[in-house]
Design a protein. Structure first.
Length: 331
């Protein structure tokens, strides 16, 4: 395995280290260097002033508000996504290296670029903090400007299966091999908190499995996936956590969270590990809980927010009746 990359990942080139990035930006020889056009982007949410103060030299700036739209902060229409990519000079064959000050923000952009069809999307492991910890140079001022691309060069989306909507999430729950994986804190999953000031209902999707996230009630934390320095944990450790929860690589798995950021990071890590039948449920808990016909469960208050046809058994949810499903299937 080339220096600066990890041997526990099937798609090892797609997670880069700060020393590798510094070497590449210095135009020094390095393994797995992009061979064609490339872009380096910092991804943030309303973070442009912070970017102007300091960022990695040569970086452009991408705001998550350009990728999402209200009311549920789902992906913008494909035509809007296409124009955003072209504006940043990104085609399907452009290498894009992303970083952020919260790993989930860069992962949100990475997932949508993969969905669109960008072949070579890479994340900086540990994000901006890993660059700072390495003592590498900083820049300030305006983002690096790139020439816009005339065309994407491929149909968009090239990978539509990487993203599912609410109807598809309902359908996935009916499939014997389907899994909705909740990438939320334990307190969110059991219904102690919604995790968001703008989301009122507490609880989670009935039938979903807990895929972990961070500790306590911090929705910005993905500490169950990261070392203390913010870099990705060993793949086997993450897979062991998921396997214990019933989330396996041979199943069809859709990750979700509140609005998509944390789910995108779980998706990207699973993608790095070579999981193939994966997607992000874009609407997540926000959209699911807004529809009273969707089955939900609050494990701290078993009778709260329950839909007809469902019952609880301790901390488990038992599906009693849903057309086209088996009776008494436990989750």
């Amino acid at each position: 395995m080339p220096l600066g990359f990890r041997d526990d990942l099937m798609r090892w080139q797609q997670l880069v280290s700060a020393p590798w990035l510094a070497t590449w930006l210095a135009h020094a020889p390095t393994a797995a260097a992009p061979t064609g056009e490339w872009r380096l982007l910092e991804v943030d949410c309303d973070g442009y002033p912070t970017f102007l103060a300091n960022h990695i030299p040569g970086a452009g700036y991408l705001d998550t508000t350009e990728l999402e739209q209200e009311p549920f902060w789902n992906k913008v229409p494909d035509c809007v996504l296409l124009q955003l990519l072209l504006r940043h000079g990104i085609r399907h064959d452009t290498t894009v290296v992303l970083y952020s000050r919260n790993a989930a923000m860069a992962a949100r952009a990475a997932h949508l670029m993969l969905y669109a069809g960008v072949r070579d999307v890479r994340l900086l492991d540990g994000g901006f903090s890993s660059w700072l910890q390495g003592g590498f140079p900083l820049a300030s001022g305006q983002p690096h400007r790139q020439t816009a691309a005339r065309d994407f060069g491929a149909p968009i989306p090239t990978k539509p299966a990487y993203l599912i909507n609410t109807a598809q999430a309902r359908s996935l729950l009916r499939q014997p091999n389907g899994v909705l994986a909740s990438i939320r804190t334990r307190n969110e999953f059991i219904g102690k908190t919604s995790g968001y000031s703008y989301i009122t209902p507490v609880g989670d999707i009935a039938g979903a499995l807990w895929g972990h996230a961070g500790t306590g009630s911090d929705v910005n934390s993905m500490s169950d996936f990261h070392h203390a320095d913010g870099t990705m944990r060993v793949a086997s450790d993450i897979e062991a956590v998921w396997r214990h929860a019933g989330i396996h690589r041979d199943k069809t798995v859709a990750f979700y969270c509140g609005t998509g950021w944390r789910a995108s990071l779980a998706f990207f890590y699973a993608w790095l590990m070579g999981w193939e039948h994966i997607s992000v449920y874009d609407g997540g808990w926000y959209e699911w809980s807004a529809d009273p016909s969707n089955p939900v469960v609050c494990r701290t208050q078993p009778n709260k927010f329950m839909s007809p046809g469902w019952r609880t058994n301790g901390l488990n949810c038992v599906r009693c009746s849903w057309p086209g499903t088996s009776l008494g299937r436990r989750f």
